[in-house]
Write a protein that binds this ligand. Structure first.
Ligand code: ZN
Length: 293
């Protein structure tokens, strides 16, 4: 493992702000300034975009194939696909964590922006859930609290401010086959559709985060597509995405820059969460117990 050293100036300043915001809060002991990542992940992202044939399209068939990748398949990287559409992939190991902790994290952190901050203190600024009461409802399962309960997130993606609305939903809505998810041992999902703030039911992307137990911990499987790929046309309002993204200047060149920044962001935030999650759960999981099974 090696420390991440690429933090644009805006992220360095955000870390200072986060530390000031979190000072005197119960969350400050969990601010980790020195995030360690596997050297091979960092080197993979440093060597430019993936070859086009190493990336997958967001088709129903391809989505299900990520549950059972042949040995030797590249699991880290980014590129730009037709649309243009940015693509990022990663598989991250969480030693000492469980899918139960992962699901707990996802409703617990969404109730307070300070919790969202400790996930990635150089980047994460604020998070607002549409229905925090449902998110915290002890009579509901994680899925009942979390799915179709949009979150508005503000963070730095590389040097730039990045605002999005995530419509978390059941992975079968994205195209995953329930039997295949079960066969692959998937025990939790924080997957969903990406929207632009203020434009409800207009899908501009898809995000996949699936977890399963592995010896000694948990594996997180992630994929992102943001853009106007033809395979995204099955999602609500996706026909409006090309105009919106073009209007925001997201041409192929910009998409590639954002894809690179997202790949670094993904690597940094998930490895940071992997390093703090067991301790955060141990500290707060009793006063805020996990959702009912
Ligand atoms: Zn983030």
């Amino acid at each position: 493992m090696i420390p991440v050293t690429y933090y644009p100036l805006s992220m360095q300043k955000q870390l200072v702000k986060a530390k000031a915001t979190l000072a005197d809060s119960p969350y400050s002991p969990f601010v980790n300034e020195r995030v360690l990542v596997p050297e091979n992940h960092a080197l993979k992202i440093q060597k430019g975009p993936l070859a086009p044939d190493a990336a997958i399209v967001p088709s129903i068939k391809a989505l299900n194939e990520i549950l059972d990748l042949p040995p030797g398949t590249e699991r880290v990287g980014y590129t730009v696909l037709e649309g243009p559409t940015l693509y990022v992939q990663s598989h991250v190991q969480f030693p000492g964590s469980t899918p139960e902790m992962f699901k707990w994290w996802f409703w617990w952190e969404a109730l307070d922006s300070r919790r969202y901050m400790i996930w990635f203190p150089h980047s994460h600024i604020s998070l607002e859930a549409e229905d925090p009461v449902r998110l915290a409802d002890p009579t509901k399962t994680f899925e009942e609290r979390f799915y179709e309960n949009r979150q508005h997130v503000v963070e730095l993606m590389g040097p730039d401010l990045f605002e999005s609305v995530i419509r978390f939903t059941d992975p079968t809505v994205l195209g995953f086959d329930l039997a295949k998810l079960k066969k692959a041992g998937i025990e939790g999902s924080a997957s969903g559709l990406l929207e632009v703030p203020g434009l409800r039911d207009v899908t501009v992307g898809v995000m996949v985060h699936l977890v399963r137990s592995i010896p000694g911990g948990m594996e997180l499987i992630s994929r992102y597509w943001l853009g106007s790929h033809p395979e995204l046309a099955r999602f609500p309002g996706a026909n409006k995405a090309p105009e919106i993204l073009a209007g925001a200047g997201m041409n192929a060149e910009k998409m590639e820059q954002v894809a690179y920044e997202l790949a670094v962001h993904d690597m940094t935030e998930w490895h940071n969460l992997a390093s703090i999650l067991p301790k955060v759960y141990e500290r707060f999981g009793t006063e805020a117990p996990p959702a009912k099974p």
